[in-house]
Design a protein around this ligand. Structure first.
Ligand SMILES: NC(=O)c1ccc[n+]([C@@H]2O[C@H](COP(=O)([O-])OP(=O)(O)OC[C@H]3O[C@@H](n4cnc5c(N)ncnc54)[C@H](OP(=O)(O)O)[C@@H]3O)[C@@H](O)[C@H]2O)c1
Length: 242
């Protein structure tokens, strides 16, 4: 089991499926976890189960992120908070949805990186950041104009942050999962006419579980990944290798 004993790691999106699974694995590995999201009730439930410390804040508000992160002594971050937006083409997209998707998935993750990395640099112990991106940033997927763009921006935030923060011993990576059947994805990917043809194109031919995303996130945070920075790691059953 990976040893993250004594390391304080902030997980955004902890009230959701992938974030919750990540918190469970991190606490099992001995990390001191700060669990974030907006739903206080969900965070308190997770806290009762895992011992993670709840810290609700809104990723769309710089003031909310800044005041939540001020004074925290962080070693690591998992930027997992996210929003799926809409399924739409460039012709029929609702630009207000684009703004919201970018605001949560890219701008929100950058705000967290900005205030978290300040504390990581100040502490001088190095650290690691993992951004939860998507297969939708690596290949063009129908209907994913806003979401795919937000995750492509997130992958660039990963690379530039890796470049800038490496000198402080801080590694920054993305994971790029395929679909996990959470509430966010089921409304679209659960449709037989979408699911069938997609899975036929995927070498492993099935959707991912939350734990199959959480495990590589914890690996990238750990010292086992000490020479890995700036990558976007597909966790996609081979879909993007084609
Ligand atoms: N599920 C998939 O198929 C899939 C595939 C690839 C990538 N991803 C990515 O994986 C991440 C987690 O997804 P999931 O499937 O676990 O989704 P989920 O269960 O819907 O969780 C989304 C999380 O994001 C938080 N969040 C949303 N808007 C926020 C805001 N304005 N401020 C703060 N927190 C906010 C939610 O908090 P509250 O509910 O408390 O508001 C929740 O904790 C996302 O970044 C998603 O894009 C998911």
């Amino acid at each position: 089991m990976t040893d993250l004993e004594g390391r304080t790691v902030l997980v955004t999106g902890a009230s959701g499926g992938i974030g919750g699974a990540t918190v469970r694995r991190l606490t099992a590995a001995g990390a001191d976890v700060i669990a974030s999201g907006r739903s206080v009730e969900a965070l308190e439930q997770l806290s009762a189960e895992t011992g993670a410390r709840p810290l609700p804040f809104d990723l769309t508000s710089e003031e909310s992120v800044r005041s939540a992160l001020e004074g925290l002594d962080l070693w690591g971050v998992v930027n997992c908070g996210g929003f799926g937006g809409e399924i739409a083409t460039p012709v029929d997209t609702d630009i207000a949805v684009f703004d919201k998707v970018i605001s949560i998935n890219a701008r929100g993750a950058l705000l967290v990186t900005k205030y978290a990395s300040a504390s990581m640099v100040r502490l001088g112990r190095g650290g690691a950041i993992v951004n939860v991106s998507s297969q939708a940033s690596l290949v063009a997927l129908p209907g994913h104009i806003s979401y795919g763009s937000s995750k492509a921006a997130l992958d660039n935030i990963t690379r530039v942050s890796a470049l800038e923060l490496g000198r402080y011993g801080i590694r920054v990576n993305s994971v790029n999962p395929t679909v996990v059947m959470t509430e966010m994805s089921a409304f679209y990917w659960g449709r037989p006419e979408i699911e069938g043809p997609f899975l036929e194109q995927m070498p492993l031919g099935r959707w991912a579980t939350e734990d199959e995303i959480a495990a590589p996130i914890v690996f990238l945070l750990s010292d086992d990944a000490s020479m890995i920075t700036g990558v976007s790691l597909p966790i996609d059953g081979g879909y993007t290798c084609r």
